[in-house]
Design a protein around this ligand. Structure first.
Ligand SMILES: N=CN[C@@H](CCC(=O)O)C(=O)O
Ligand SMILES: [Zn+2]
Length: 411
């Protein structure tokens, strides 16, 4: 099965090969080919070039992309897309003056979602989650990471991870699963955090590994949740069972979690709304990708990750949605890219690199996804007719997407 895209106004994010993520000033470069063609064969990018050099192809279906841009699909490396119900009431409570932290202290927040999820059947949870997955795919997400962490019991955590597994089986985009049992302390362990961590390391992680339900291990390293010491314990156990860390850290406070994550060779550190100079230093020379979640900052009214500080230090940066019911009930990567430009002062080139190549690294799929490279999966976004790729973040709140392709197949 072959498809040729012809007359593409601009083919964006064209790389001969991509072996490593982009850091610092490299992120300003976004290679393009004007007036281009691209051939998809057996779900992969087979070839591309300029229209003036278009070879003749037999037996191919044609897509006329005149006036349109073709780029690699967005990669969302941090979501909590599997959840039950919603937290609309907390949204109202926050409008009326309570903070996210105050709501959590009153028994709302993550624990509220955990109660709902525990009461929801696996089938119903799958249906709610599949609807969300289809929604974000239409908005250009062509690879996704999904976390557990709204179960907080062994049975409910496994239920979440089985739903993620089923999504992975039923949808063709790359799906990676992260075990986030250490998302919050469940009420029954309120005064016995170590007891919950004992359960997590002695029962949950071994069971998750036994059923091969997760790729990564996560923890919410934050005041009022889990300490740096807890982080070492959970990451060490996760690694023992083959789960590389990707952690929630520096959302409200900088307590040294980044250094701990780097010590465990974390694939990514995510949130980073609050960064101290020592956090930046800890990331230098590491293989750990910083991941910013600007929609969360928008929704909660908290600071945005200091992207300029991170990039000016020569570090890489990826962008993701954090799609979840509490802090970011939105999985639109187009909005994330706009917010990164508007609020974090990233250039469109930097934001697009952060949502494609660097995001692919943060999901460990850089060798197969994240750029227009021969041999990579044809997971693509074809835009509507727009003046430039910079128009995507500029026209915030609108998705100028004509169609989305997964393995060369139009959704
Ligand atoms: N900060 C921790 N976890 C989620 C939010 C969880 C929730 O409020 O349900 C996040 O990444 O923002
Ligand atoms: Zn999150």
């Amino acid at each position: 099965m072959k498809t040729i895209f012809k007359n593409i106004k601009q083919l964006v994010q064209v790389r001969e090969k991509t072996l490593k993520p982009l850091s610092g000033s490299e992120m300003k470069q976004l290679p393009v080919i004007d007036n281009a063609w691209l051939l998809v064969e057996d779900g992969k990018i087979a070839d591309f070039g300029k229209m003036q050099d278009l070879p003749s192809f037999e037996g191919v279906s044609e897509v006329d992309a005149a006036g349109k841009f073709l780029l690699p699909g967005w990669i969302d490396s941090h979501t909590h897309l599997v959840y039950a119900g919603n937290r609309e009431q907390e949204f109202i409570d926050r409008i009326n003056g309570l903070t996210y932290e105050e709501i959590a202290e009153k028994g709302g927040g993550i624990v509220n979602s955990a109660i709902k999820l525990q009461e929801t059947s696996e089938e119903e949870l799958y249906l709610q989650s599949a609807r969300r997955l289809e929604e974000v795919m239409k908005m250009g997400t062509t690879a996704i990471e999904i976390k557990s962490g709204y179960g907080l019991t062994t049975a409910a955590e496994l239920k979440m991870l089985r739903v993620i597994k089923k999504l992975k089986e039923n949808y063709k985009l790359p799906v990676k699963a992260t075990f986030l049992g250490a998302h919050a302390i469940p009420p029954e362990y309120r005064n016995d955090k170590d007891g919950y961590l004992d359960l997590l390391v002695n029962e949950m992680i071994p069971k998750v590994a036994e059923e091969s339900l997760a790729n990564y291990v996560d923890i919410f390293c934050e005041k009022g949740y889990f300490s740096v010491e807890d982080t070492h314990r959970v990451l060490e156990t996760g690694q023992k069972y083959g789960l590389r860390p990707k952690i929630h850290v520096n959302q409200f406070n900088a307590i040294g979690g980044i250094k701990a994550a780097v010590a465990h060779n974390a694939l990514s550190v995510d949130h980073l709304e609050v960064m101290q100079p020592e956090d930046i230093e800890a990331l230098k020379g590491s293989g750990t990708m910083p991941v910013a979640l600007p929609s969360c900052s928008l929704f909660l009214g908290i600071p945005y990750s200091p992207a300029r500080q991170i990039l000016d230090a020569g570090l890489p940066l990826a962008l993701a949605t954090d799609y979840n019911p509490g802090s970011t009930p939105n999985g639109n990567m187009n909005l994330v890219i706009s917010l990164a430009c508007i609020k974090m002062k990233m250039n469109p080139e930097e934001a697009i690199n952060a949502a494609t190549i660097n995001a692919a690294y943060a999901m460990d799929i850089l060798d197969t996804h994240g750029s227009i490279t021969r041999g990579k999966a044809a997971n693509l976004i074809l835009t509507e007719e727009i003046p430039s790729y910079g128009f995507l973040p500029y026209s915030f709140g609108a998705n100028h997407i004509d169609s989305v392709y997964i393995n060369g197949k139009k959704l």
